[in-house]
Design a protein around this ligand. Structure first.
Ligand code: MG
Length: 285
């Protein structure tokens, strides 16, 4: 199942994809269910209820007719792991991390799957980081690696768009990772039964159609189960928490010369079996 967050004619809602582009609007098919992803993820057996509601229904709208919103615009916590693929560990000179290296992004930087990414006026060092995002379904604390899969509601795509000089002002990453309009998140939540084994899939980032990052998800260093175990040791994970699982090698800042995204460019992140997000770059007005 693929669930989208969208806006159409001034109303926000959820939709369930029924083919490549078409979706059933949940507000019509199941008015009793919440109209936001956070609301839905907090409903017991939401997947069963949604499946029953849309069963046999034809598409109401196409994603081309609507604006896709950030998949979860009010996630309790968006954790991001740094340097979690070997090529990226090598190019950054940081090496493998014994423990996963996490930082937090706030909701303020999130945008929809096809919204423009905004290059701020304070810097031209706008970089891409294609990543697989994991969305927590069932909450919990002290979740073991063995039980981690029971807590995953689904998967999505995140571009951990970064203002590199602001990332490096100090040893704290957070400012450069939290600029407004730099975090495309979507296009949908795909449930684990539909996505299958994440490690059988591949991630590709393209800038203006040219491949700039490519990896097998299997090359991830600290795997998803370890990340869930680690973070749930810190605090109780809640439905709607998001973990972005790291970017592979090829980021623009580590190229010679550096490759920064600039207004007019288009960046996309594709994960096989999952989908694609694509964003034009615009200058802050
Ligand atoms: Mg990242």
């Amino acid at each position: 199942m693929r669930v989208i967050s969208y806006s159409h004619n001034g109303t926000d809602g959820l939709g369930v994809m029924v083919d490549d582009k078409g979706f059933v609007a949940l507000a019509g098919a199941a008015a009793e269910l919440p109209a936001t992803m956070m609301g839905l993820l907090n409903v017991d057996d939401w997947q069963g209820k949604v499946a029953a509601a849309v069963d046999g229904k034809a598409a109401d709208l196409s994603i081309g007719d609507v604006r896709l919103l950030p998949l979860i615009s009010d996630t309790p916590v968006l954790w991001c792991i740094g340097v979690n693929y070997k090529e990226h560990q090598d190019e950054t000179g940081r090496g493998a991390q014994e423990e996963p290296m996490f930082f937090i992004r706030t909701n303020h930087g999130l945008i929809g799957a096809y919204d423009p990414i905004i290059r701020p006026n304070c810097s031209d060092m706008l970089d891409f980081e294609g990543e697989l995002a994991v969305i927590i379904g069932k909450g919990g604390r002290h979740i073991s690696k063995e039980k981690a899969h029971e807590h995953i509601a689904g998967y999505s795509i995140f571009n951990d768009g970064t203002i590199r000089d602001w990332q490096r002002h100090t040893i704290q990453f957070c400012p450069g990772k939290n600029f407004e309009g730099t975090g495309p998140f979507g296009p949908w939540l795909m449930t684990p039964d539909e996505f299958g084994d994440p490690y059988a899939q591949e991630l590709t980032t393209r800038l203006n159609g040219e491949q700039v990052q490519h990896t097998s998800i299997a090359d991830m260093d600290h795997k998803i189960d370890k990340q869930i175990e680690y973070l749930s040791t810190v605090h109780t994970l809640r439905p709607g928490d998001v973990i972005s699982t790291g970017t592979p090698g090829g980021v623009g800042s580590r190229r010679e010369p550096p490759l920064w995204m600039k207004p007019g460019d288009t960046v996309s992140v594709e994960i096989t079996g999952l989908g694609i997000i694509e964003n034009k770059i615009e200058q802050e007005s």
